[in-house]
Write a protein that binds this ligand. Structure first.
Ligand SMILES: Nc1ncnc2c1ncn2[C@@H]1O[C@H](COP(=O)(O)OP(=O)(O)OP(=O)(O)O)[C@@H](O)[C@H]1O
Ligand code: SF4
Ligand SMILES: [Mg+2]
Length: 329
């Protein structure tokens, strides 16, 4: 499944995003959701983003989709900073980058018939009515919705059907980049498989580049060429999906994999590796942010943040002890 993706269609360099939050005792404080995050999405590539709740996945997805401004850092569309795109290019970027949400209900107008919701991007694109109708039928068929559904309203559909509607609406904009934030996590297992298959089919049929956020590593293994693991606002490991499962290079990744029922990494020997709760992003640990929970933490881990280091095979990890624990390059 792994392909060579030479030209990034979307990339990000040093994205930092903070939120102002009120805390009962300390008044207002800044919470760091993303801390100098850089990544590349190759043309035709599917990249997964995983990590525990609160590690910054949705924030990253929204910044990449242009729905949220980073405090600093740059998002590039086909090599040009998004902020420097001219008005025509900026419109193209907005249209060609579509987002699918965990709950598509919130992004669908409850008073709009779903056929009109899916048709909306086609109207905005100025397509003639007969082509709008043809495209509507094509996209509804692609996600397995019957045509007579187009006259109904969102609240008449189940969660899985709404997700199909959300995908059809995103596809109607003829995107080249699809950013999906937990697209299946609110659905029943059997429905999840159907939506995953639709996403795989979309990728093939519409030659899409995709970013898929999920806390479910097995979903990402199935869908993605490459997986990025985040921890408290930083990337701790990134590598080809299968390689990450077979030979990860970071104790946090190993712990996440070991926590999947039925999968045990060679080192874990079936033990539960992820202990204690994730610390608050308002109170980030010194050095390696994972050190309070890491069974391999050494003195340097408490004092010095590890740098994301490249290993052969497009595999990077940020861990002082990676070579010692997982072998030299
Ligand atoms: N609008 C906001 N205002 C204040 N804090 C926010 C806001 N959005 C997110 N955060 C905080 O930023 C951090 C990252 O949030 P984010 O939603 O990006 O994480 P996530 O990895 O998507 O989590 P989840 O798996 O629960 O969806 C969290 O600590 C969250 O509480
Ligand atoms: S840098 Fe140290 S604390 Fe962090 S993951 Fe590696 S061994 Fe564990
Ligand atoms: Mg999220």
């Amino acid at each position: 499944m792994l392909m060579t993706h030479n030209h990034p269609i979307l990339s990000a360099v040093d994205l930092t995003k903070t939120y102002q939050v009120s805390t009962g005792t300390h008044g207002r404080r800044r919470l760091t959701a993303l801390d100098r995050v850089s990544l590349q999405l190759g043309s035709g590539e599917t990249v997964g983003i995983a990590g525990e709740s609160g590690c910054g996945k949705s924030t990253l997805a929204k910044v990449l989709a242009g729905l949220l401004m980073a405090d600093s850092g740059t998002v590039f569309y086909k090599g040009t900073p998004v902020a420097e795109l001219n008005s025509v290019e900026a419109r193209l970027f907005r249209r060609s980058t579509q987002m699918i949400f965990q709950d598509p209900f919130s992004s669908l107008n409850p008073r709009m018939r779903i056929g009109d919701s899916i048709r909306e991007p086609l109207i905005i694109a100025g397509l003639p009515p007969e082509i709008q109708q043809r495209e509507l039928e094509r996209h509804m068929a692609a996600v397995g919705l019957p045509m007579d559904a187009s006259n109904r309203f969102p609240d008449e559909f189940s969660g899985g059907q709404r997700q199909r509607i959300g995908i059809a609406r995103a596809l109607a904009a003829s995107p080249s980049i699809l950013i999906a934030d937990e697209p299946v996590s609110s659905l029943d297992i059997s429905i999840q498989a159907q939506i995953i298959n639709i996403l795989l089919e979309m990728k093939r049929e519409f030659t899409l580049s995709m970013v898929i956020v999920s806390h479910n590593l097995l979903v990402l293994r199935h869908l993605c060429d490459r997986i990025i693991i985040m921890y408290l606002g930083t990337i701790v490991e990134s590598g080809p999906a299968e390689k990450l499962f077979q030979s990860c290079r970071h104790p946090y990744t190993e712990a996440l994999i070991a926590a999947i029922p039925g999968i045990h990494t060679a080192m874990s020997g079936g033990r539960e590796l992820l202990q204690d709760d994730i610390p608050s992003p308002l109170d980030l640990p010194s050095g390696c942010r994972f050190h309070p929970r890491c069974r391999h933490a050494a003195h340097i881990c408490r004092t010095t943040p590890p740098v994301l280091t490249e290993y052969p095979g497009h595999h990077s990890t940020a861990c002082h002890r990676s070579e010692e624990l997982y072998g030299v390059r």
